[in-house]
Design a protein around this ligand. Structure first.
Ligand code: NAD
Ligand code: DAU
Length: 339
């Protein structure tokens, strides 16, 4: 089996590559990644020398490069993680989100049609469903919840999902889609809530909580997401959408306070800053379908996963300090300087 993993130098894609190479040592894995600000080749250093692994630096929107890779590798399966993934950046500048997340997905699927791929899997997000009210804890996103997006990021991901389903219906391309809740774990880029708070706390910098901090996210340890995608590409039904999430809803402020507690730091670093524009209130996934059809259940409890994650950031300071010492400083100043 030959799998192309796009966006494999990013957070979830790299964890997925580690998972696949460990579980299926006879598979060939090719990582196609543009190495944007969010992609780090150093993340993949433990697998770069493996004979059944290949890294290719390319843009999923570059049709010639994508077709050439498919010609060379004749992949069986493509798993598309490549995306612009940060909501705040999409609010600042939507253009690249439309390009990568929509045009890039269509380009990959055109190559999949041409080279008669066995499965194209699109890694999507629960954000395509919009948000749920804070005062209705009985409501959850199911696969039948209407698409109703809030940010340029989620709109671009929803557009891609619609294209994926259109390629299934129109061309019979064997596709599947997973829509997952918020992931956390090793190699999470430090612009996102959990790693940003860990890095800032360790550097004794303010911990910027948007609005009241009462917004709710449904957190899943990244390995559990990777295992869900593994099940879907091997056993999931073609043309289907699977929601992935572990019923682990927490408010942002509770997450930040927990990080302070685990690091034995004072909560006095917590600083409330102006809210994200169009800020989604609550995400909550109903994972009944993937549980009933594929037997998936999350394995890592949040209490354990957050400890492992914090320990990883303590043990791998060089990885994230290198990232935050460069261009990231300009980003941070622009987003948080006068907030
Ligand atoms: P990330 O930002 O950490 O990584 C994205 C990767 O894609 C990077 O390596 C980057 O270099 C690469 N990339 C970006 N544009 C590219 C292009 N044009 N061509 C080739 N490579 C390109 O993202 P992540 O958090 O790992 O998310 C991966 C996928 O999972 C995304 O599609 C995202 O929408 C989805 N998702 C993320 C979460 C989450 O909590 N992080 C939850 C659900 C779904
Ligand atoms: O739900 C899945 C989505 O989760 C993915 O599709 C996205 O790619 C991923 O980035 C993530 O989106 P969020 O916007 O939920 O994640 P983020 O880490 O940016 O923010 C989580 C919450 O924390 C959100 O309510 C905003 C808040 N926040 C975030 C940052 C960066 C803060 O309060 N302060 C911050 O500095």
């Amino acid at each position: 089996m030959t799998i192309i993993v796009t966006g494999g130098a990013g957070f979830i894609g790299s964890n997925f590559i580690f998972h696949i190479l460990k579980k299926y040592p006879d598979y060939r894995v090719i990582c196609l990644d543009k190495l944007t600000y969010a992609g780090n080749l150093s993340t993949l250093k433990s697998v770069l020398d493996k004979p059944n692994f290949r890294f290719v630096k390319a843009d999923i929107c570059d049709r010639a490069a994508v077709y050439q890779l498919f010609e060379e590798e004749k992949p069986d399966v493509v798993v598309n993680f490549a995306a612009e993934s940060h909501v705040d950046r999409s609010i600042e500048d939507p253009g690249i989100f439309l390009q990568t997340n929509i045009i890039g997905t269509a380009t990959l699927m055109d190559a999949c049609r041409k080279y008669k791929i066995k499965r194209f899997h699109q890694v999507s997000t629960d954000e395509v469903y919009g948000d749920l009210p804070l005062d209705r804890p009985d409501l959850f996103f199911t696969e039948n919840t209407p698409i109703h997006t809030s940010s340029p990021y989620s709109s671009s991901k929803a557009s891609a999902d619609l294209l994926v389903l259109a390629y299934y219906r129109t061309y019979g391309l064997p596709v599947s889609i997973s829509r997952c809740s918020n992931n956390y774990g090793p190699y999470h880029f430090p612009e996102k809530l959990i790693p940003l708070m860990i890095a800032n706390a360790l550097n004794h910098k303010p911990l910027p909580v948007y609005g009241t901090g009462e917004n709710v996210r449904d957190w899943l340890y990244v390995e559990d997401h990777c295992k869900a995608i593994d099940l879907i590409i091997h056993k999931g039904r073609v043309g289907e959408v699977y929601n992935v999430g572990g019923h682990n809803e927490m408010t942002n402020i509770d997450i930040v306070k927990l990080i302070c507690k685990e690091l034995h730091m004072s909560e006095s670093l917590i600083t409330y800053v102006s809210d994200r524009k169009g800020h989604d209130l609550r995400y909550a996934i109903d994972p009944t379908k993937i549980h009933n059809e594929l037997g998936w259940l999350p394995e890592t409890k949040f209490a354990d996963g957050i400890k492992k994650t914090i320990q990883w950031y303590l043990d791998n300071r060089e990885w994230w300090e290198t990232i935050i010492s460069g261009e990231y400083q300009n980003y941070y100043e622009k987003m948080y300087g006068n907030r």
